[in-house]
Design a protein around this ligand. Structure first.
Ligand code: SAM
Length: 339
């Protein structure tokens, strides 16, 4: 206990929140182009701007030494980064040592069939798979070209490898809101949790977000006509708030950055594949960690840059989606930080 407290003292933000959760976007590239996430014609970063896998390992290790207990790899699509399993294998040493409680990832599932067994072997126990529909045609439409069969094969492989899968669906009005009951039954029938997420105004996309925005308070009321929910205190270290669904016996999570601001319990920061640290998903302020990382072989400069950045972590975000607010709240796409 005392050790934990000593470590945590290293990263306490100005509002007294301990930073124990690091999300790492290992690439900005993705093999899908979900319409609410990216424009069709995205310009990706030149490879030379990316941190090497060794540099990402060094960066994560500094955060682990400073009290981070949970690391999530994300993207872009984390499993399309070349040699990604080398990084996962390297990072798993922090699980072995007990310094890290959880190493996990958020994936679109397209490459999971290839990697599931190795992920499990590296100590990955739970993953989030993003899936917005069960319908193959709608899936192709929302991802612009994705094949749902590959995602399903990925989910099968993950479950066969003993990895717990949680499905994440972005709630999109007129696209999947009426399908959520079916997705709930599917997920719970397969022993998976399901979490629904409000669309966040991040980055210019080709569509109008006001048309897509579905407040989860409305979705919840719709679902409660068919299902009986009871609020439960279950947490996974993220922002989701869960209910138990009496009819299916499973858990449903709600991530509500717009209708209910969850910043007061924020324990996380995000680093991009270029080593930029974002202290809040919904703000532009950031700190460059690549320069201090590359400036010396030791980690003192990097550690000091992290401390300085944490001292600037804002109280929260103020996402707004309405017809008068045409510009996104933050200009970068979700694929920069990976959610
Ligand atoms: N490629 C991986 C995946 O599909 O999970 C990881 C990166 S993806 C950006 C992470 C999550 O962010 C996905 O669940 C995606 O649906 C979600 N997402 C993307 N843009 C979003 C937005 N504007 N609002 C809410 N969620 C978004």
């Amino acid at each position: 206990m005392e050790d934990d407290e000593t470590m945590r003292r290293d990263m306490i933000d100005p509002f007294g929140r301990a930073i124990t959760y690091l999300r790492v976007s290992v690439t900005d590239r993705c093999d899908f182009r979900c319409t609410y996430c990216m424009a069709e014609d995205m310009t990706f970063l030149p490879k030379r701007d990316l941190l090497s896998l060794e540099e990402i390992d060094r960066l994560v290790t500094v955060f682990v030494e400073k009290g981070v207990r949970k690391v999530r790899l994300t993207g872009g699509e984390p499993l399309v980064r070349k040699n990604i399993m080398h990084l996962v294998r390297q990072l798993s040493r922090h699980l072995d040592s007990g310094a890290l409680e959880e190493l996990t990832l958020t994936t679109n599932g397209s490459q999971l069939a290839r990697f599931a067994a190795e992920l499990a072997d590296c100590g990955v126990k739970r993953i989030n798979v993003s899936l917005d529909t069960l319908d193959a045609d709608k899936f192709r439409q929302i991802t612009r070209w994705g094949d749902i069969g590959r995602v399903m094969a990925g989910i099968d492989a993950a479950q066969a490898a003993g990895i717990a899968v949680k499905l994440n669906a972005v709630a999109l009005k007129g696209f999947n809101d009426l399908e959520i009951p079916e997705m709930l039954r599917f997920a719970h029938g397969r022993g998976m949790d399901l979490t629904v997420i409000e669309t966040m105004p991040m980055g210019e996309i080709d569509a109008d977000r006001t048309d897509q925005y579905m407040p989860l308070s409305v979705l919840r009321a719709q679902l409660e006509r068919q299902f009986t929910f009871s609020d439960i205190p279950f947490r996974t270290g993220g922002p989701a708030r869960y209910v138990h669904v009496a009819e299916t016996g499973g858990r449903l999570g709600f991530i509500t950055p717009l209708t209910h601001n969850f910043c007061e319990s924020c324990n996380r920061v995000r680093v991009t594949c270029t080593g930029t640290l974002f202290m809040c998903l919904g703000q532009e302020d950031a700190a460059d960690l690549r320069a201090p990382l590359r400036a010396s072989e030791g980690n003192d400069l990097l550690s000091a840059a992290v401390d300085e950045a944490i001292s600037r972590k804002p109280k929260g975000h103020d996402f707004i989606i309405d017809r008068r607010t045409k510009r996104p709240a933050v200009s970068r796409h979700m694929s920069v930080t990976g959610g």
